[in-house]
Design a protein around this ligand. Structure first.
Ligand code: NAD
Length: 359
């Protein structure tokens, strides 16, 4: 990969490679855009097949965070970090060394919990830096608010595509019933939805069957079920040339980050098959809204009103996509870019005003 050419095209500001000899830490922190505020984005620990895979992941995820914050009207920039390690090799020394690198950025990057980073790990990182959020369970924690946002996003998609205000009696398939998927099942069950689930872990699907009467299906079968909504809540890259042709559901709405393997090709393929795709960074913004408000010390009314906005933002994106004949992915990107440009202009004019007043 030509790194400078790639980051020029993707618009990143800074990539920080971190190495600590003692703990053998290898991490990459990517700051995509700090124009609206510090770059906010969680830290993922993953055993990548190659360093290039890790770089590609952190670049895409950090850019997604910029768009996510803009679509959620949160005045923060986008960033992300990946630690290149096997979960078994995660040690306190490694996490603390990583915390010192986060601290060295002096608040330009604020991080939290992602795949393979637990609340306990966040506490270890916090011993070295205060630029960490999301270790609390306020408002139920990020997974609960993410699930609530996805639930509202599903309702918006059902209203737009199926012209139904209620989702009871619909059939919804959820891929991955971890922290977010499980909470999503709860909201769906309480609203009379018939639930189908798959997960690589049998104990998790059995729990959902027991709690919410879900039907367990095989991991390969989940795509081709005759359901109203397919909700990817496991890993990224699962909307690709092999899986998309299998999908029968008219709506795709789930929490996983980076669902499209190739953002342009696969968004267009979904559009050509008349599938309504809810852009991942719009529908899964509930976690970011949670940690941002935790940082501000906001009350529950404020956070709930921001999560409710996910519903309206998605409707706006669907309408724009239909009107302009573009994919929902493009419509979301355009909306995010417009909001960023507008806010940057306001900030710039405020600075000019402050300068002229002080003269
Ligand atoms: P998690 O690790 O708790 O759950 C993921 C589940 O998916 C696990 O149970 C795992 O066994 C299962 N899984 C993995 N591969 C699978 C496959 N091929 N088929 C079926 N199941 C599979 O993660 P989570 O916190 O629930 O997050 C889920 C997704 O949502 C991730 O992509 C994450 O990046 C994204 N997300 C999470 C949050 C949050 O607040 N937790 C916020 C925004 C986005």
């Amino acid at each position: 990969m030509k790194v400078f050419e790639t980051i020029r095209q993707m618009g990143h500001e800074q990539i920080v490679y971190c190495h600590d000899k003692e703990s053998d830490l290898k991490a990459i922190i990517a700051l995509h855009d700090t124009g609206l505020g510090a770059a906010m984005g969680a830290t993922r620990l993953w055993s990548y097949a190659s360093e290039e895979d890790a770089l590609r992941d952190v670049l895409r995820l950090s850019r997604g965070m910029t768009y996510k914050a803009a679509c959620a009207n949160i005045p923060m920039g986008g960033g992300k970090a990946v630690i290149l390690a096997h979960p078994e090799n995660k040690t306190e020394a490694l996490l603390r060394a990583y915390g010192r690198f986060v601290d060295s950025l002096k608040g330009r990057f604020i991080t939290g919990q992602d795949v393979n980073i637990s609340p306990e790990d966040v506490r270890q990182i916090r011993q070295e830096t205060s630029y960490v959020v999301g270790q609390g369970e306020k408002f139920g924690g990020p997974a609960v608010t993410t699930a609530l946002g996805v639930f509202l996003g599903i309702k918006a998609a059902v209203e737009f595509r199926l012209h139904k205000k209620e989702i009871n009696q619909l059939k919804i398939a959820i891929q991955g019933v971890g922290s977010v998927g499980k909470n999503l099942c709860k909201y769906l069950y309480e609203n009379g939805v018939q639930i189908f689930v798959s997960d690589l872990r049998k104990d998790k699907t059995e729990e959902i069957k027991h709690l919410y009467g879900a039907t367990i299906v095989d991991s390969n079968e989940i795509y081709s079920l005759d359901v109203d909504v397919f909700a990817p809540c496991a890993l990224g890259g699962i909307l690709n040339s092999s899986t998309i042709p299998l999908i029968k559901a008219p709506i795709i709405a789930g929490a996983a980050n980076n669902q499209l393997e190739d953002e342009e090709i696969h968004a267009k393929l979904l559009q050509s098959m008349e599938k309504l795709y809810c852009p991942d960074y719009v529908i899964n913004a509930g976690g970011l809204i949670n940690v941002y408000n935790e940082m501000l010390g906001s009350n529950e009314i404020k956070i709930m009103s921001q999560i409710n906005n996910i519903y309206d933002t998605l409707l706006e994106i669907f309408k724009r996509s239909e009107k302009e004949g573009i994919t929902t992915h493009e419509a979301a990107k355009d909306l995010a870019t417009e909001r960023i440009m507008k806010t940057k202009k306001i900030v710039a004019s405020e600075r000019v005003f402050e300068k002229s007043v002080s003269l």
